[in-house]
Design a protein around this ligand. Structure first.
Ligand code: UDH
Ligand code: MN
Length: 372
């Protein structure tokens, strides 16, 4: 203690340094806790600055403005409710597409935190932040310089796949926006403890879509199918039902059999009504897509797939069978498939009895909860 008495100035310096250290530490802890938004006007434009807590690309607490975020994600945010001065139709601008997309999918069913403290797949909260300029409910009204030729409803059957949904939403928005389409993402969640009934979820999604808007093309999309090439243009064909899949990593980049129509399937309104939607009688895993193939044939439609196989390429996020979606009994499945065509006009859209229990509009998607 003698040195203190001998050097009072030194003591003062030590006290001041520890004081400022405490103040600095307190300030940065406070900033860590919350998402803060700073709005300030700059040259007539409203510019938003944000501190992001969980971002896959940007270290926590680094201040970014949303334009740089949008650039990173290659999104073209539109102003809400913007009136479009032009009647020019939007066409796909092939030059603006990326082609092959390198996907980062993790197969473990847990949140992964990278070395820089980032969460992957991005959390719903983070997705809500990056997609907050879409109209609520995951609605994109297209590029401002043109009018969309087609309005898509992307219908996703869903339960117990939160991780998959986070990957799906992260990748599907930029892809569809690069394709210059108008779309709404509708996630139909089975809201009961019964065995999963995918056909009912699909039909409910279709009816819900019709109750909220005017769509020209309905794309039934598994939540775990992620496109590897944006030149695979999401589309409907007037005369044919469009299956957008030729290659899946799960089947060594083949499809398991020629008439397989799982994964991503696109109908016009007229086509889906004509086939009477999906059968509602497949409770559990398997069969409903083969049943649908029979319905398509029976009504005289053919199947269309993209001409170039290597663009219709998907990864399916690896997963095991879902606990609440056991495989349908083989004999029951055979019986159902055998009677598929005779049941077609009485089992499907026109026999659907589901109860819509909730509709939640997240910025990134509309969640429709349905009791089967
Ligand atoms: N789905 C759910 N929740 C479920 C069941 C199905 O959301 O409990 C939806 C989801 O959109 C999924 C789609 O229905 O992508 C198709 O179901 P699936 O992924 O179970 O079908 P898939 O043909 O199943 O991929 C293969 C079972 C894999 C077991 C492999 C074990 N190694
Ligand atoms: Mn799957």
């Amino acid at each position: 203690m003698n040195w203190m008495r001998a050097n009072p100035q030194m003591l003062l310096i030590v006290v001041m340094m520890s004081g400022s250290f405490i103040i600095l530490a307190h300030f940065s802890l406070f900033r860590n806790k919350v998402i803060q938004r700073f709005m300030h006007a700059s040259r007539g434009n409203i510019q938003k600055q944000v501190v992001i807590e969980e971002s896959p690309y940007i270290k926590r607490n680094k201040i970014m403005n949303r334009e740089s975020l949008a650039r990173i994600l290659r999104l073209n945010f539109e102003q809400k409710n913007e009136t479009k001065p032009t009647s020019r139709k939007c066409h796909v601008a092939y030059a603006k597409l990326k082609g092959y997309i390198s996907l980062h999918l993790m197969t473990e069913e847990t949140n992964q935190t990278t070395s820089s403290g980032l969460t992957w797949p991005p959390t719903l909260k983070y997705l809500d932040f990056i997609y907050k300029d879409l109209e609520h409910g995951g609605v994109y009204k297209g590029p401002k310089e043109c009018k969309c030729a087609t309005n898509f409803a992307i219908i996703v059957p869903f339960r117990d796949r939160e991780q998959h949904l986070r990957f799906f939403l992260f990748y599907i928005h930029p892809l569809l926006q690069r394709q210059r389409t108008c779309y709404t993402i509708i996630v139909v969640e089975q809201d009961d403890d019964k065995t999963f009934n995918k056909g009912k979820m699909m039909n409910s999604g279709f009816l819900y879509a019709n109750s909220i808007g005017d769509f020209d093309c309905y794309i039934f999309h598994d939540v775990d199918m992620i496109a590897e090439n944006d030149r695979n243009i999401y589309q409907c064909k007037e005369k044919k039902v469009a299956h957008l899949v030729w290659q899946m990593d799960k089947y060594d980049y083949e499809i398991p059999y020629y008439d397989y129509i799982g994964g991503v399937l696109a109908f016009t309104k007229e086509q889906f009504i004509t086939v009477n939607g999906f059968s509602t009688m497949y409770e559990g895993w398997g069969g409903e897509d083969d049943d649908m193939m029979k319905r398509i044939w029976a009504k005289g439609y053919e199947l269309w797939r993209p001409r170039k196989k290597n663009i219709a390429r998907f990864k399916m996020i690896h997963h095991n069978h879902d606990k609440r979606n056991p495989r349908i009994d083989d004999y029951l499945m055979q019986d159902l498939l055998f009677s598929a065509i005779s049941r077609q006009d009485s089992d499907g859209l026109n026999s659907l009895h589901t109860v819509r229990t909730d509709v939640i509009k997240y910025p990134s998607h509309t969640r429709v909860k349905v009791r089967s």
